[in-house]
Design a protein around this ligand. Structure first.
Ligand code: ZN
Length: 135
């Protein structure tokens, strides 16, 4: 249940195609798009060293990203920071036993088939943390 590294930073965007062009123009290396049904988002990934940037656009008004954008004054912004972990189930139990508020008590399926779970910003000084375990 080790915390290994920052896997990616999730950035909410209102227009995925426009944002993708911006990040490519800045020089980030685009590695692909993926729709994640579970989270109702379409993602575009960019690699930067060992970490990644994940642009997220809502595919449905009930998507957490649609809610984030609405709360953020109808603008995009940093939505979450994702930490690569080993044994996500154990880490979730560990955090829960320490009183952290979990959004997902059991992992869901994220982009690239990873197991993911979110920790509530109330427990983490205001930052939505994603734990992700690559299979
Ligand atoms: Zn993410």
């Amino acid at each position: 249940m080790k915390l290994n590294k920052i896997d990616h930073i999730g950035i909410a965007v209102t227009d995925l195609e426009a944002a993708k062009k911006l990040y490519e123009a800045m020089g980030f290396r685009y590695t692909g798009r993926e729709t994640v049904e579970d989270q109702k988002v379409e993602t575009a990934f960019f690699e930067i060293g060992e970490s990644k940037i994940e642009l997220l656009a809502a595919t449905d008004p009930s998507s957490p990203i649609a809610k984030f954008i609405e709360k953020n004054g109808n603008k995009g912004g940093i939505a979450h920071i994702a930490i690569n972990v080993t044994d996500i189930e154990e880490k979730l139990k560990d955090l829960q036993s320490k009183g952290f508020q979990l959004i997902d008590e059991t992992p869901k399926t994220g982009a690239h088939g990873a197991k993911i779970a979110f920790v509530h910003p109330k427990s983490t000084s205001g930052v939505l943390l994603e734990l992700c375990e690559k299979l």
